[in-house]
Design a protein around this ligand. Structure first.
Ligand SMILES: Cc1cc2nc3c(=O)[nH]c(=O)nc-3n(C[C@H](O)[C@H](O)[C@H](O)COP(=O)(O)O)c2cc1C
Length: 315
């Protein structure tokens, strides 16, 4: 109906989830196993995994804000070994592609994570694994104090990390970009030059909230990442600028809650669109977005291919 190609992965439609905002295996325990046989997204992106298990940042780590939310989870998770043994086999059973998000604290960690996942995927699926699973390099988490976002804030380091992973990863390779830089297009150019198949934009905007009682920072980490409708115009600008800069597909995200939001990201140049914070209100929002997008396109007598980048064309 609305297929989208990202590198070697074919998605049935353009709606995916944003990493860290929908844990589909946990959801299945609450909503029942149907969510696993009919996932609400065209490709599933788990929360970023790291080399070692991490407990994340001190509480409090999340708060609703006007028009959005702020979080400072700090990449909590079971680490590569735990992921491969525990969740990967169950996620590979999903009837849609899997885009595994990884976050490292050094170049070696990114390469080690990619190598470990490649080995596990080859063992599970054989040669055909690149049609089932891709990689998203989270070089943009604002809530950890080394590696990750400092790599993704620097074009030269971005090129080194993406290039090193590219050498050992034949599957889909997405670089997820931070908006907390002066010029996001410089980072995207570096990722493209190093062989990324696509860029994803944006991760959260670094922010801070004050506890009204104590007048001190509310979050245990002091700062956090802002997401939700409040950031949509900022994210649209990022996608618009990226479309003018790189030739590879863009996965757009930031404040998507309705099919009209999806259309706006596509008009700016996104080939696929991820929904994040909105899934906290409605975990199946991805499925309704895909249906509503189809209705919107039909009502306008247009198609995904015609809409992507239309905002750049003269009226
Ligand atoms: C609670 C929470 C956790 C997140 N965890 C991750 C993560 O692990 N990896 C990542 O790349 N992005 C993470 N993000 C960022 C989202 O993937 C997305 O880029 C951002 O929230 C913007 O989309 P939205 O406005 O639709 O939420 C997280 C966001 C939230 C709200």
């Amino acid at each position: 109906m609305m297929p989208v190609r990202l590198g070697p992965l074919l998605l049935a439609h353009p709606i995916i989830n944003a990493s860290g905002t929908m844990e589909i295996l946990d959801l299945a325990e609450v909503l029942g196993p149907d969510v696993l046989s009919v996932p609400p997204v065209a490709a599933y992106v788990p929360k970023t995994i790291t080399m070692d298990a991490r407990t994340g940042n001190p509480a409090p780590r999340i708060l609703e804000t006007p028009g959005g939310m702020i979080n400072a989870i700090g990449l909590e998770g079971e680490g590569l070994k735990g992921f491969v043994a525990d969740r990967l086999p169950r996620l590979l059973a999903l009837p849609c592609p899997l885009i595994i998000s990884i976050g490292g604290f050094s170049l070696d960690e990114y390469v080690g994570l990619a190598a470990g996942l490649r080995e596990a995927l080859e063992a599970a699926l054989g040669d055909g694994w690149t049609a089932k699973a891709g990689l998203e390099l989270n070089i943009s988490c604002p809530n950890v104090h080394s590696g990750c976002v400092s790599i993704g804030s620097n074009p030269a380091e971005t090129e080194l990390v993406v290039g090193a992973v590219r050498k050992i990863w034949p599957g889909l390779l997405i670089a997820k970009l931070t908006p907390n830089v002066t010029d996001i297009t410089a980072i995207a150019r570096a990722a493209e030059a190093a062989g990324a198949d696509a860029v994803a934009a944006v991760n959260t905007y670094k922010g801070l909230v004050i506890d009204r009682k104590t007048l001190r920072p509310y979050l245990g980490n002091v700062t956090g990442g802002l997401s939700g409708p409040a950031i949509k115009p900022l994210a649209l600008r990022a996608v618009y600028e990226l479309y003018e800069t790189v030739g590879i597909p863009i996965v757009g995200m930031g404040g998507v809650a309705t099919a009209r939001d999806v259309l706006e990201f596509m008009a700016c140049g996104a080939a696929a669109v991820a929904v994040g914070s909105a899934a906290f209100r409605d975990p199946s929002v991805g499925a309704s977005l895909a249906v509503d997008l189809w209705d919107e396109l039909t009502a306008r007598g247009t198609s995904v291919a015609d809409v992507v980048g239309v905002a750049h064309r003269p009226v």
